[in-house]
Design a protein around this ligand. Structure first.
Ligand SMILES: C[S@@+](CC[C@H](N)C(=O)[O-])C[C@H]1O[C@@H](n2cnc3c(N)ncnc32)[C@H](O)[C@@H]1O
Length: 390
């Protein structure tokens, strides 16, 4: 099924070296194309920032052109849920997992299909809640980690956020509270004064956080409603889990398609990005600290390679006979040496019973100073790799 988007976007791709190979190489190359401006309709994709998110166009090109026959999709590192949203829009049975508890919290909202009545009801409840937050008296509020959190916000913003956090905690557990928690999470970093983020130094007037909660909430509801109308009626409810990919039960029904971007060595450090959110929402951080793949903090190339091999094996068992895996992965640096991720996959995939059947690679800019030398000659590349059972 081809999903028609509401407005057209313009694309351009300048000064990039690129390469592709295999039956679907050209399609994969097209999928790696990043739109230059983002003025078009993007549904719930734009709700809540998430580091390392791939562009939703990548997922839509794979689903429409490389694998239109797919009926089920798994993303074991779902992050912001890009592949799941596009899968759900096409009526696929979508399953997602992530170690970071922020991920299922927000992906649930991004996949939520609501009726017009629910949309109106939630919008009214949000207005009432904002009203009751404004009348709260601060001295009664207890917040876990408040000393730590207070250092990141101007006092008036912190006070307002405390009132919201307190009010949300007192809501009954369930979809309404989950909706509010996801909204709060979307504002937690935006309103902070993280030292390394110049944009965050913007002075925000009193009442700005409440306005954010109301406006963002209404935007999300509209996006849920509009997007939900495109989801085919018989689509099964998404299944989302939170945990280490190595503990994932991959022995359930096989899927036609795995579309994912695993963290690769030294690239990301998600718990840093999400620490404020997790502390406000009192979410467990221990797993992220110990088990997050690829972070500079947990670096250990050998450990990553072992885990990656195990996951490749598990994924090979999880796809149906004619199923395929599409993986976005970039080059990385080992010591002083650039590791070509495509060459690496070609080497390790056969040990998991898989083979690289198509690929596309695009050169990307390296922003990490200490790796400049390693990428000087060959450049840093991002790859979209198709794997099939060997
Ligand atoms: C590159 S991001 C995925 C982004 C996603 N494709 C998107 O478009 O939003 C990689 C994800 O892997 C997750 N992750 C890291 N270590 C993990 C582990 N051991 N088990 C499961 N997920 C893990 C991170 O929390 C992060 O969300």
């Amino acid at each position: 099924m081809q999903v028609v988007r509401k407005r057209k976007k313009s694309f351009s791709q300048k000064n990039l070296r690129k390469a592709s190979g295999g039956l679907r190489g050209k399609i994969l190359l097209d999928a790696l194309f990043v739109p230059e401006n983002e003025s078009g309709y993007q549904g719930t994709h734009i709700f809540h920032p998430y580091p390392g998110r791939f562009h939703h166009r990548l997922a839509s090109v794979i689903l429409d052109q490389a694998m239109p026959e797919a009926r089920s999709l798994l993303d074991p590192f779902m992050g912001g849920g890009t592949s799941l949203i596009e899968g759900q829009l096409r009526g696929l049975d979508v399953r997602g997992n992530d170690l970071n508890p922020i991920s299922p919290l927000i992906v649930e909202q991004k996949l939520r299909v609501i009726s017009e009545e629910e949309c109106e009801h939630y919008a009214e409840r949000l207005e009432d809640l904002a009203e009751s937050v404004r009348s709260l008296r601060l001295q009664k509020i207890h917040q876990e980690h408040s000393r730590f959190l207070a250092t990141y916000y101007p006092p008036h913003t912190f006070a307002e956020m405390l009132c919201w956090s307190h009010t949300i905690r007192r809501q009954e557990k369930g979809p309404w509270r989950d909706f509010l928690r996801a909204l709060f999470s979307a504002g937690a970093v935006k309103f902070s004064q993280l030292r390394d983020d110049k944009k965050a130094q913007v002075k925000r007037p009193r009442g700005a956080f409440s306005r954010f909660m109301e406006e963002k909430g209404k935007q999300l509801l509209e996006a849920q409603l509009e997007q939900g109308e495109e989801v085919p009626e018989e689509t099964v409810s998404p299944s989302l889990t939170c945990g280490d990919v190595l503990d994932l039960d991959l022995s359930q029904d096989p899927v036609d398609l795995i579309l994912t971007s695993p963290p690769y060595p030294g690239t990301y450090d998600y718990s840093k990005h999400h620490e404020l959110r997790m502390r406000w929402l009192n979410l467990p951080m221990a797993d992220m600290e110990k088990k997050e793949w690829g972070s500079r903090r947990n670096e250990g190339l050998k450990g990553w390679q072992r885990s990656f091999q195990k996951v490749l094996q598990a994924m090979a068992k999880q796809i149906s006979e004619s199923g395929r895996i599409y993986m976005v992965i970039g080059d990385w640096v080992d010591g002083e040496t650039r590791i070509d991720a495509l060459a690496y996959l070609r080497k390790v995939a056969p040990k998991a019973g898989l083979s690289v059947s198509s690929f596309a690679s695009v050169e990307r800019e390296n922003f990490y100073g200490p790796h400049r030398k390693a990428y000087e000659t060959e450049g840093k590349w991002e790859h979209l790799i198709e794997l099939q059972r060997a």
